[in-house]
Design a protein around this ligand. Structure first.
Ligand SMILES: Cc1ncc(COP(=O)(O)O)c(C=O)c1O
Length: 450
């Protein structure tokens, strides 16, 4: 680890002005009063500004799937920066973006042959929604404008993403800006499914909610449905058995596109390349980001079925016409593309997705051993993901779990909480003894919580 020593840490502490930066998704006043700064990282660990080694239980943010600062990824980025720092992707391009695209679609489900690059998950979501609208229009079904999301969905923070999303915190200020949107009911059903091991048995019928929305709006007006196969940011919600299959078949019945938002599940998290593989359901589009570059450089993408890409090419007008009027200055940026190539190669070389599948039973066992600990009302796991749901404190939603986060941090383990759920998602290089450490700290912390 390229670790600053004690003196360097002290200098940093004395020189750093925390005020100019407006920190995202953070209680800024509280943070600046007692900052938590990470100054270096290697494999499974961060170094904190106060010189502690912190076990990373969340792979950065569901993203650093191969562990931190892996030399092959670092070197690929360095080399690319010296070779070509930037090339416009508009009417020009550079080779590494094509190489990265090939590696991404190689991992995707059969028939999903093309990828459009973005810089984040939010941009991937908004891009996918635009592709859906433009696709139907190109096919002469331009009335299909309604986009359907799901309650408790999280699809990033663009206007499209928050509109189809179902997280109240995101929606309350801006969520009604996109007009033609509706939502399926969420699938969380703790009364029937609490403490299930693996996929919940009950709730496939929640997919029939799409029939209700078709009856309300008429299929001729509906463009797409977007769901996370496993919802992360609203508390690690697993799809009930048969739910995604049923959603797929209702979409097929009415010509509605199905989009899986795999920003957190993409690139191995559930034990296969995509959750689409794990659940055996192929959507029409997959949005992804985060682990595509092992989070070393921002990058996202929308992977689409061949038929969607072909429609744009076939109906795109004269050969000189731009078929999809959309893109970002940094789409397929050389550094991101180089990081993606190196990361996807590393996942393969080290068989990291297989490692997730191998570790998953042990992980599940350790998570479920927390049953009976104070405040725990449900435990959900898949691959290397765990959601440990706590009973909220009266009138203080989220406060108990946030306190768990702070106490775990003091005990040198980084966890994440969303609402009153502790959400764990470590890098795939994690060792069993590190799994033990994470759950043992969570266990100790639970015993001390208010
Ligand atoms: C399912 C899902 N979609 C979209 C996003 C947004 O991605 P980003 O933060 O890269 O914009 C996230 C982020 O966590 C996510 O979990």
């Amino acid at each position: 680890m390229n670790m600053p020593d004690e003196k360097a840490l002290r200098q940093l502490h004395d020189s750093l002005n925390l005020q100019p930066l407006w920190i995202p998704f953070t209680a800024n006043r509280q943070f600046k009063a007692a900052p938590r700064l990470l100054v270096s990282a290697k494999d499974m660990y961060y170094q904190t500004q106060d010189g502690r080694k912190l076990l990373d239980g969340i792979a950065g943010l569901w993203a650093v799937n191969a562990g931190h600062c892996r030399p092959k990824i670092v070197e690929a980025i360095q080399k690319q920066a010296e070779t070509i720092d930037y090339a416009t992707g508009f009417q020009m391009h550079h080779p590494t973006a094509f190489q990265a695209a090939e590696k991404v679609v190689d991992l995707a489900p059969e028939g999903m042959d093309h990828v459009f690059f973005t810089n984040s998950g939010s941009e991937a979501v908004d891009t996918a929604l635009k592709i859906a609208l433009a696709y139907h229009r190109a096919r002469g079904e331009g009335t299909r404008r309604i986009l359907i999301g799901r309650e408790r969905g999280y699809h990033g923070v663009g206007f499209g993403g928050i509109s189809v999303g179902g997280m109240v915190g995101n929606r309350k200020t801006f969520g009604n800006m996109l007009g033609s949107v509706d939502h399926l009911r969420h699938t969380h059903d703790p009364e029937r499914n609490a403490f299930t091991r693996g996929i919940p048995a009950h709730g496939a019928e929640f997919a029939d909610d799409l029939e209700r929305l078709v009856a309300l709006h008429d299929a001729s007006n509906i463009a797409a449905v977007i769901v996370e196969p496993v919802a992360g940011s609203t508390g690690v919600l697993l799809p009930p058995k048969g739910y995604l299959q049923r959603l797929r078949s209702i979409c097929d019945k009415y010509g509605i596109l199905l989009i899986f938002d795999e920003v957190i599940t993409g690139f191995g998290r559930t034990g296969k390349a995509f959750a689409a593989h794990t659940f055996g359901v192929t959507p029409d589009m997959i949005t992804c980001a985060k682990a595509m570059t092992n989070a070393a450089v921002p990058m996202g993408g929308v992977i689409v079925k061949k038929g969607i890409y072909d429609t744009f090419m076939d109906k795109g007008g004269p050969e000189a016409a731009i078929e999809f009027f959309h893109g970002y200055t940094y789409s397929g940026h050389p550094l991101a593309s180089a990081a993606a190539c190196a990361s996807l190669d590393l996942f393969k070389e080290e068989k990291l997705f297989e490692r997730v599948a191998e570790l998953a039973p042990y992980w599940e066992e350790c998570a479920h051993a927390l049953k009976g600990s104070p405040h725990v009302i449900d435990i959900r796991t898949i691959g290397l993901v765990a959601g440990i749901e706590l009973q909220p404190m009266t009138d203080k939603p989220g406060a108990r779990a946030f306190e768990a986060f702070l106490r775990a941090y003091q005990k040198n383990v980084l966890i994440r909480t969303t609402g009153d759920t502790i959400a764990l998602s470590p890098s795939f290089i994690i060792e069993k003894k590190q799994i033990d450490e994470i759950f043992s700290v969570v266990h100790d912390v639970l015993k001390t919580l208010p």
